[in-house]
Design a protein around this ligand. Structure first.
Ligand code: CU
Length: 156
């Protein structure tokens, strides 16, 4: 039993070494995702609430598929990717773990569809930086503009 666990540790050791090598090679062989973000905006906080939504259009201008896998900001405790699902008469939000961005395509985060849900928001300045984490391990920084409730609905 003891010998087996030693063997296992050795096997794991070589796997970790292999991952280490791949980790060094991958960033060189993969082109960084080329993403264009348009009209990034966050709806102002409704008094008494500490959550709001953010919208934008994002275009994958690269040649390889990439996914949005996470979002973070100093201004929000949690940022989730949500979509709106219509189920007969019911409309509900559903959390997504990622959004795939096919090359050459624009994905729109809009009212009534995909959106970022910002939770645990304390204070929203006129401009807020949000970091977008993509599946290739890149972090893209974007400045979101604060918009009024009516302006956030305008771009339908
Ligand atoms: Cu939501």
């Amino acid at each position: 039993m003891f010998l087996m666990s030693v063997d296992l540790r050795r096997a794991l050791g070589s796997i970790i070494t292999l991952i280490g090598v791949i980790g060094v090679v991958a960033p060189i062989s993969l082109a960084a995702a080329e993403l264009a973000l348009e009209n990034p905006r966050i709806r102002e906080l409704i008094p008494g609430q500490n959550q709001t939504v953010a919208y934008f259009d994002i275009t994958n201008e690269g040649t390889v598929k990439v996914s949005l896998v996470g979002f973070a900001s100093d201004s929000a405790g949690i940022i989730e990717i949500h979509t709106i699902v219509r189920d007969r008469d019911m409309v509900r939000m559903e959390q997504l773990s990622e959004v795939v961005l096919p090359p050459g395509k624009t994905i729109r985060f809009r009212t009534g569809g995909l959106h970022l849900m910002l939770l645990e928001v304390m204070d929203l300045r006129e401009e807020t930086e949000i970091q977008l984490l993509t599946s290739d391990g890149d972090i893209h920084r974007a400045i979101f503009q604060r918009v009024s409730l009516s302006d956030s609905l305008e771009n339908e």
